[in-house]
Design a protein around this ligand. Sequence first.
Ligand SMILES: [Zn+2]
Length: 318
Amino acid sequence: MVKKRICLLLVLILTFSLSFSTAMAKKNDVQYGDIAYQHIFHLTNVIGARAAGSQGEADAAAYIYDTFRKLGYETTIQSFSYNRRGTDYYSANVIAVKPGKTDMQIIVGGHYDSVTAGKGVDDNASGIGVILEVAEILKDVNTPYTIKFIAFGAEEVGLKGSFEYASKMSEKEIKNTIVMINLDSLAVGDKMYAYGNDGKKGWFRDKALQIAKKLKLNMETNPGINPAYPAGTTGDWSDHKNFKDLGIPYLYFEATNWELAPYDGYTQTELDGEIWHTSKDTLEYIESAYPGRIREHLNTFVQVLAEFLKTCRNSPIE
Ligand SMILES: [Zn+2]
């Protein structure tokens, strides 16, 4: 009996340690956000700054195009030019389509250009990294709606890429678009936010916040301290604007801090104020000043966006 008991004990210990090591292995396995991080590294530390109209911007477009193609998506380039202070510039949107069960579609977009200061890690390699990872997660998943992933060019010089796309949408496509999801500057702000329209169309923001809560992830919305930007909404300073102008509801993910003066959403962190559009927008600086923050944010936004796209069926406003 004693021997048998020892045997049983050994089996129990072995079983316990095996399952424990499996759990650890899972924990140390690939995490949500890791793929996004790799793309951010490539866009910022291999390619570098991606100012609108520059070689860096063109290299980023090619990299995004190749990534979508390798994932198996039908991918196209929408080239456009714009004139700024008397000079013509060229840029492009990169569009990958995931057919869904219906023609009804969700547009998931973010800009890949940057300013010349820093390397545009937060603004906005972070948004593109999350889009590319979510495209990878969903490539073999059936989604209720068709999803159009769009990487916009030339945002920093006046939302040019999103204007190009939105202004060429047919009436039918506008009608078929249930929501435009914009991702801009996700990596470094103190708080992770989801914004949406005021009123009934804000349902999409509420759905994203519900998902975050269910997954026990930190996400909130603009608290509305500043009456110019009512609670839950945000300003027209990024690519969602051009779709909002067409009457399409928007859902916008961003990290900043609305609780810091002057309460306009531009002050991103207590420590630094603004990181975007400064020389601090690099992996080296953000990792040293905010250890672990980029990975936490990518992990959160990837999970919420992927879950949103998998489960978004019908809004109560339809
Ligand atoms: Zn931006």
